[in-house]
Design a protein around this ligand. Structure first.
Ligand SMILES: *Cc1c(COP(=O)(O)O)cnc(C)c1O
Length: 221
């Protein structure tokens, strides 16, 4: 079995320059994250607030925590002090709440708009046309404490790589349209690609891949 350090090194060698690797550490204990940390890795992704908040104090302060799961309104306050970027903003209401809570603790927070391009209805996020009509320059200029950095998406869980490719193509096109409409210099991140589909995502402009299984092995639920 390759070690966590080897897995990270292998991925880093295969990723194009400039594409960031988020190590998705959900369901793995802090000791496993520590192995990645000791190998020099600093970017970790978690999908549950409780778990992120519990792990953050167990790792050094220079870890950059990314929240990638479904975010409930009543968890925003608890999450914000620990997190560098929230990938999964699925509504304007949530965006405004993050802004308000960020103002309360006096910091700016990086966020991504979650796009729903998959076929599963269980996934959340803005449909592409909704994102284009709702994420306007007026909205963005009304938010003083969130920095809108781009878009995140997940493809359908399927072996059909052509479908995955179509979904990533749509996400990339929507990202480009939003970028043109918003004219925000900081809007430069496209978070897409997981263990099974990251090479496709990278071909479609991903700047951040979120990889769990290929780094830490299978998760125990
Ligand atoms: C779990 C998860 C990942 C990582 O999935 P793997 O298939 O284990 O690489 C990426 N993104 C999100 C949003 C996740 O919940």
């Amino acid at each position: 079995m390759p070690t966590i350090a080897q897995n990270i090194a292998d991925l880093a060698a295969r990723l194009p320059q400039g594409v960031r690797l988020i190590a998705v550490s959900k369901f793995h204990p802090a000791e496993r994250l520590r192995e990645a940390y000791d190998a020099g890795h600093r970017l970790f992704g978690e999908n549950r607030v409780q778990e992120l908040v519990a792990k953050a104090p167990q790792l050094p302060d220079d870890v950059e925590w990314h929240f990638i799961g479904h975010l409930q309104r009543n968890k925003v306050r608890q999450l914000l002090p620990h997190v560098a970027m929230i990938h999964s903003v699925h509504s304007v209401e949530l965006l405004r709440l993050i802004d308000k809570e960020a103002a309360r603790i006096g910091r700016a927070i990086d966020v991504l708009i979650e796009l729903h391009v998959a076929q599963e209805m269980t996934k959340s996020g803005f449909a592409p046309d909704e994102a284009l009509s709702e994420i306007t320059p007026e909205l963005v200029s009304s938010l003083a404490n969130v920095r809108l950095r781009g878009v995140m998406t997940m493809a359908t869980f399927t072996d059909d790589m052509e479908q995955v490719e179509r979904e990533f193509t749509l996400a990339q096109a929507t990202f480009e349209q939003l970028k043109d409409g918003l004219q925000l210099p900081s809007f430069d991140q496209l978070s897409m690609g997981m263990s099974d589909d990251w090479p496709v995502a990278v071909r479609h402009g991903s700047t951040m891949v979120r990889i769990g299984t290929d780094i830490f092995g299978p998760r125990e639920y």
